[in-house]
Design a protein around this ligand. Structure first.
Ligand code: NAP
Length: 293
């Protein structure tokens, strides 16, 4: 069914460059239809040099809120009046809302990441160890999420010592200092047997390179039974990494739920709906990606 655009239709969207691949329009327009609201959510391809003028234009035409994707997640920060402590912690904004004629930025990836760990797999994390593969943008949200859940130790594993040190130093003013360590890939055999939660934040294994895995079969064989393996990748489902981990008796979580829940968290900020159409958003993504339900 095509949405009827009226004189009152309000605007939401996502900015990025490129933005054609974004799944957010599918998910948010399904939610808007379910809620019966007169809104539309559009993709806006914005080149980096046009970011400032685009944001000023959004204010002028009354955009209610928007998501932010690569390459604008950091660049947008100086253009906002306020950013939440969560977005400050990870130095990246993925959701912006218009409040009292000002742009306010936050980051809902943290809420998205921790959602399955707070609901389906809820437990006391205070004696648990998290091992995170990769030290890019998504790893920042994962570190913040693991801190929020109260993990006893957080180990981040990367392939480039300089980038790892920069990653480590960027958290030096936080309360993490004593439970957060960075390691090179070679240290994995020592870390994997301790992991209660093992998270892949690298793109290794993502479609179309579906036969790849960040870990060898021998490495993953040392994952304790009952550990949780969490892959931020959502296609294919499951990834090689998750298949290997499941063979070891691990619990597997794929990246689709994080994607859904970061969107749900954004929708809550913009529209404050009485009920959140979580299932509709999940199904819209699954249909679009051709995934089994
Ligand atoms: P990013 O900033 O580019 O970071 C990627 C990280 O992976 C970097 O630390 C990079 O290492 C590492 N890496 C890449 N190739 C590697 C290899 N061959 N061996 C070892 N390390 C490698 O990307 P991102 O934004 O964090 O996204 C990472 C993944 O998470 C993507 O697959 C993305 O789709 C997924 N993601 C999913 C969600 C969701 O909602 N489910 C949300 C965000 C991201 P270097 O620093 O050494 O280059």
């Amino acid at each position: 069914m095509t949405k009827e655009i009226t004189g009152k239709t309000k605007l939401l969207g996502v900015i990025g460059h490129p933005v054609e691949h974004s799944l957010s329009p599918v998910m948010h327009n399904a939610a808007i239809a379910q809620l019966g609201l007169d809104y539309i959510y559009l993709p806006f391809p914005i080149e980096p040099q046009n970011l400032e003028v685009a944001i000023a234009g959004f204010a002028a035409v009354g955009v209610v809120g928007f998501n932010v994707t690569i390459p604008h997640k950091q660049a947008i920060i100086p253009l906002l009046s306020e950013i939440t402590p969560l977005a400050q912690t990870i130095k990246a904004v993925n959701t912006v809302s218009r409040q009292n004629n000002q742009w306010v930025g936050t980051n809902t990836d943290i809420e998205g990441f921790i959602a399955p760990l707070q609901t389906t797999y809820k437990q006391d994390w205070s004696q648990k160890v998290a091992v995170i593969l990769g030290n890019g943008g998504a790893a920042r949200a994962v570190v913040a999420g693991c801190t929020q859940l109260g993990f006893a130790q957080i180990h981040v594993v990367g392939r480039n010592m300089q980038r790892l040190q920069e990653f480590r130093n960027s958290w030096s003013n936080s309360s993490l200092a004593d439970k957060f360590q960075v390691h090179q890939w070679e240290e994995l055999p020592k870390l994997i047997p301790q992991a209660n939660l093992l998270v892949n934040t690298t793109p290794i294994g993502m479609y179309p390179k579906v036969d790849e895995s960040p870990l060898s079969v021998e490495e993953i064989a040392n994952l304790p039974t009952g550990a949780i393996a969490y892959d931020l990748i959502y296609i294919p489902q499951p990834t090689q990494f998750l298949q290997q981990a499941q063979k070891q008796g691990a619990i597997a979580i794929d990246g689709l739920e994080m994607l859904v829940q970061q969107g749900v968290a954004a929708l809550k900020i913009w529209l404050q709906p009485e009920t959140l159409p979580v299932e509709v958003m999940r199904q819209a993504l699954q249909n679009h990606l051709g995934l089994e339900q």
